[in-house]
Design a protein around this ligand. Structure first.
Ligand code: ADP
Ligand code: MG
Ligand code: ZN
Length: 610
């Protein structure tokens, strides 16, 4: 199976990849002057960004190129410019594979407005248009520079394949470009089965160079793309994934307060500006948008895959033209949408992976201007996501990957010490010196005088407590309260105020106790099991995790930042609220109104606000 083949080492290149040409060597190629001219005159750009020129030269040199650049980094020109450079005899048509029709249309429009002969060719193309395109491609020297296709066009045999073969025969097939190349990979966040067959083109059209572009730097995905597209010894160009102009921030999300928080944030910092609010489900998009609009007077509108195609196009267009400003969307929204002036991206719920988080936040500030990324973190949102994973149709392995992706996200949210950039970029395999952040993330901004502390002793006590009570079917919140020494009836009723580890954490801030339990969960020292009751609510019950022995016997040490939450008293905690959620079909996860246990949020806010 696919899962297995990915685990195998990728084939070794027969030759070491040729070094990428360096900027000092210019003008170095016969086409260098031409490239400059196309950049200035046709694309109206003043200078190349890092790696753009290198990518252009490598592909014009007939090599395979792999371009890794963050979202908004400027991948398009890496293939659009070479497609327009006249190489005399070798001039030909570039075939661009792109996953979404909306994305294709956006780009074709852009190019046509610059008088660059470009077309979209897909199942949706009208027959007369198809004919016109075919007629041009059949000429000895077609006028078409860029031909955008959806991947399924290349999977089919028939008229289109014949035309490609003719182009190839007359040396007019310049290159294959695979944009959003992570769609090839099952490990990517946006797998498209049609992408997996693109490697066949290698065999069908020998000698035609490939260019693959993606904003996904994950090693596993990268290896997967290269082997799937049979790219060997290619020039690999990787730009830093740091987005200097974005400010990253994780905020606690509790109860309905979050709407007021969003309102305050937008009205104080982004009034009259454009943003995206990512929600975890269609239902949540609608709820959030209508609440913000009706109760908080914000110009918001929902967008998700459940809407008709016309509605989606209309909403997208209206947003792009600033007819309304705030779009509440599922992650389905955004790929390839080039709206340069998105000033904020808000995650209303947890992203599914760090990779997803980075892609989604990456849609802010493409124009290079300062923009803000806020994630509202509530631990209880993990219950919903875990439930979706458990009940999803993934294989056992895929579910394990999804769970570990989620744990990484939670860990990221809980890490109040390390620079956000360092955390995410490290995940992408890039070293990042936190001094270069210049206080443009919450942790660097606020990070005075907080240190990681050894909380191994506290962890042992917490684990002992869980060991004593988990068989009684209790929630994590119950354990937090018992550890803190709460006198609540719930705890007395179960006799948990009599157990040896009761109140062992009474000296700690409640927020810190919560974070300790969450941390132990992400470290797999504690775990949870999910059960649905008759009303269709999912309850999450605490259990011991696979690592609990290691903590008890002292083999595993636990470190946590302590004290920071107490500095941010007004913010309250990270909201380990009621841990129930309504029965969820994929589309129907829910946020706030399901709190059956509202008093906890309140008691928590009080305890940290004193
Ligand atoms: P990506 O596909 O990597 O997400 P795009 O190709 O859509 O990014 O480009 C993002 C934005 O950057 C676009 O608005 C584009 O015009 C702009 N851009 C790209 N290259 C340059 C450059 N060299 N100078 C100035 N702007 C650029
Ligand atoms: Mg792009
Ligand atoms: Zn930082």
């Amino acid at each position: 199976e696919d899962d297995v083949s990915i685990m195998e080492p990728s084939p070794k290149p027969t030759n070491p990849p040729p070094p990428a040409p360096k900027a000092e060597d210019y003008p170095r190629y016969t086409w260098s002057r031409d490239v400059e001219k196309v950049m200035h005159d046709m694309f109206k750009l003043n200078a190349f960004r890092k790696n753009q020129r290198e990518a252009i030269d490598a592909t014009l040199d007939g090599r395979d190129v792999f371009v890794l650049m963050p979202t908004g980094g400027g991948k398009s020109v890496c293939y659009q410019i070479p497609a327009c450079v006249d190489l005399g005899k070798t001039r030909g048509v570039s075939i661009i594979v792109s996953p979404l029709l909306s994305l294709i249309q956006d780009q074709v429009q852009h190019l046509v407005s610059r008088d660059i002969p470009s077309y979209a060719y897909s199942g949706a193309t009208a027959l007369p248009d198809k004919r016109a395109i075919q007629d041009d491609l059949r000429r000895p020297k077609p006028v078409t520079r860029l031909l955008y296709v959806t991947p399924e066009m290349l999977g089919q045999s028939g008229a289109f394949k014949d035309i490609l073969q003719q182009l190839h025969a007359k040396s007019q097939l310049a290159r294959f470009v695979v944009d959003e190349a992570h769609c090839v990979s099952q490990w990517g966040h946006d797998f498209r089965p049609d992408y997996t067959n693109l490697g066949q083109l290698r065999d069908e059209f020998p000698g035609v160079p490939f260019m693959a572009l993606t904003a996904t730097a994950n090693e596993r995905v990268k290896t997967d793309i290269k082997s799937s597209l049979k790219m060997r010894g290619c020039v690999e160009l990787k730009s830093s994934f740091n987005r200097k102009n974005l400010f990253y921030e994780i905020k606690p999300k509790h109860g309905k307060q979050v709407y007021a928080d969003i309102q305050k944030l937008i009205n104080s910092k982004f009034k009259g500006q454009t943003g995206i609010i990512y929600c975890s489900s269609k239902r949540s998009c609608e709820d959030v948008a209508s609440k913000l609009k009706q109760e908080y007077g914000l110009p918001a509108q929902h967008y998700h895959a459940g809407l008709s195609r016309e509605d989606r196009t209309k909403i997208q267009l209206n947003w792009q033209k600033n007819r309304f400003l705030i779009i509440c969307a599922t992650v389905a929204f955004g790929m390839g949408i080039d709206k340069p002036d998105v000033r904020f991206v808000i995650h209303f719920s947890l992203p599914q992976s760090l990779e997803g988080y980075y892609q989604e936040t990456g849609r802010a500030g493409r124009d290079g201007e300062h923009s803000h990324c806020v994630l509202y973190f509530a631990y209880k949102d993990t219950t919903t996501i875990n439930f979706l994973i458990d009940n999803g149709d993934g294989t056992h392995e895929q579910k394990a990957t999804q769970r570990s992706n989620l744990r990484q996200v939670v860990q990221f949210c809980l890490n109040k010490t390390d620079c956000r950039r360092t955390q995410v970029l490290n995940y992408f395999g890039e070293q990042f010196d936190p001094r270069k952040c210049h206080k443009t993330c919450d942790n660097c901004f606020e990070g005075v005088g907080t240190e990681k502390q050894d909380v191994t002793e506290e962890s042992k006590n917490a684990v002992s407590l869980v060991k004593e009570v988990f068989k009684d079917g209790v929630t994590m919140l119950h354990c937090v309260d018992a550890f803190k020494g709460s006198g609540a009836a719930r705890i007395r009723d179960k006799g948990h105020d009599k157990i040896p580890s009761f109140a062992k954490g009474s000296h700690m801030e409640k927020g810190d106790v919560e974070r300790l339990f969450q941390l132990l969960w992400t470290e797999q020292v504690l775990g949870e099991r999910y059960e649905q009751n008759k009303q269709g609510f999912t309850n999450a019950y605490i259990k011991l995790g696979s690592q609990y022995q290691q903590v008890l016997n002292g083999k595993k040490k636990i470190f946590m930042t302590v004290g920071k939450m107490s500095q941010r008293k007004t913010n309250g905690g990270s909201g380990v609220g009621a841990r129930t959620s309504r029965k969820s079909r994929q589309e129907e996860t829910d946020e706030e109104e399901i709190d059956s246990d509202d008093d906890h949020d309140e008691s928590f806010v009080q305890s940290t606000a004193k």
